[in-house]
Ligand binder design. Sequence first.
Ligand SMILES: O=P(O)(O)OC[C@H]1O[C@H](OP(=O)(O)OP(=O)(O)O)[C@H](O)[C@@H]1O
Ligand SMILES: Nc1nc2[nH]cnc2c(=O)[nH]1
Length: 174
Amino acid sequence: MKTLLDENQLNDGVEKLADAINAHYGDKPLTIICILTGSIVLGADLIRKLRMPTRVGVLQTSSYEGTERGDLTINAEMMLDIKDREVLLIDDIFDTGHTLDKVTALVADYGPTSLQSAVLLCKTGRQEVEYRPEFIAFDIPDEFVVGYGLDYNDEYRNLPYLACLEDSDLEPNA
Ligand SMILES: O=P(O)(O)OC[C@H]1O[C@H](OP(=O)(O)OP(=O)(O)O)[C@H](O)[C@@H]1O
Ligand SMILES: Nc1nc2[nH]cnc2c(=O)[nH]1
């Protein structure tokens, strides 16, 4: 496994992301919706750097098994009421873009005043949708990454840094 972003780099990136979000929304109350599970670490770090009155909710999506994308499932049962609210979706990574594209379309139906998204990572050259997040901390190369919330077969989310998986890290038949 090869480190791509260390703890200091991640912290600086989250700080800059928070600065951009604070500058954009000012004092307006904001509802953050964290897309589980990958965004738990980013969400915990980011919300403590936001200065406006903030509500925090979650929804859950799942599509990757190992390093392969499968059918996307979305569970919005735990989401807050967002009607007439300024809403910001938070996710760890924008890869093909299908997750945020579909989540945005679904969440828009709940009637927010505005709806934007912020991601820690945007993988270069992988997008298959028109949609783009408004706030991005890092553009990264086309490598499967783990750590800082991101998993490979449910492991590595707890790493405090971001790493690229190498062939020797992959499980047979995964
Ligand atoms: O842009 P995309 O190609 O759609 O990929 C991005 C999504 O993939 C990961 O979620 P995953 O489905 O692995 O669920 P997880 O958050 O529980 O790890 C990640 O957390 C993003 O939500
Ligand atoms: N862990 C992890 N999940 C992803 N989901 C989409 N791309 C990635 C990636 O590079 N790493």
